[in-house]
Write a new protein. Sequence first.
Length: 221
Amino acid sequence: MTHEEYLEDIRESIIDGDDVDAPELVKEALAEGVDPMDVLNEGLMAGADVVGTRFESGEFFLPELMLTGRALKAAMAVLEPALQVAYAKNPELQKQAGTVVIGTVHRDIHDIGKNMVSSMLTASGFTVHDLGVDVPIKTMLAKAREVSADIIGCSALLTTSMPIMRDLLKLLEATGERDQFKVMVGGAPVTVAFAEEIGADGTAENAVAAVQLAQRLISEE
Ligand code: HCB
């Protein structure tokens, strides 16, 4: 099979919500030399986008979303170590690592992408405090203060939860702590324009880019 054929099959397995085929295909693709970053972007996330579009148009329902979530988790478990070897275990990067408090914002329970960002940051030498999902901004700030975090990382997958990231930035302004913490935001619907508009320090389209962003933010401190 060509690399493109592997990626196509991985996308299909995510669309089908097949938690047996998806990890198996990722394993085979990696063994055949497909770049782990392509597996993430063009395989898993592209498949998730198709499912999202079909859900929106009424072709798919909640059970399909749940099956896709399971398939994504199973596939990520195989992909993560390969991504870390290829993109995270860089001693140059590890020298600059700092402390990150991360969570999926209040009212949002999507955690697959956030978990991947957490594990890539950890593998790159950051100390990561992952607060899980449905995290109120006050809890994030309290943890960031407690551990003297360099960065607060927010994840949101819902257009209804995205504004909560703006609330975090407002809270930091109100408490006079905006200069104390860098804030990075992410999740499928988050754009560079949105990140700029709410005054965040940056966003990243995937977990590898999130590590690079975190590195840049630390070096700017
Ligand atoms: Co969910 N869901 N869902 N869902 N879901 C989305 C997000 C929609 C976009 C689908 C759609 O309609 N197009 C949609 C939101 C629409 C909107 O807001 N306009 C949606 C909806 C509506 C819902 C429910 C409301 C459905 C319902 O109950 N009626 C409900 C929400 C419940 C709630 O949160 N309160 C719901 C539930 C679910 C599950 C539980 C069934 C399941 C999640 C399982 C889990 O996370 N444990 C699920 C899933 C799987 C999805 C889709 C299909 C995939 C999400 C995913 O994991 N993507 C998603 C469609 C989509 O994303 N296109 C759909 C793969 C990961 C790897 O990508 O973007 O999350 P990622 O993360 C990347 C990247 O963004 C970046 O790095 C990651 C790794 O490369 N990144 C960061 C992520 N966080 C970062 C933070 C940073 O600081 C920096 C970078």
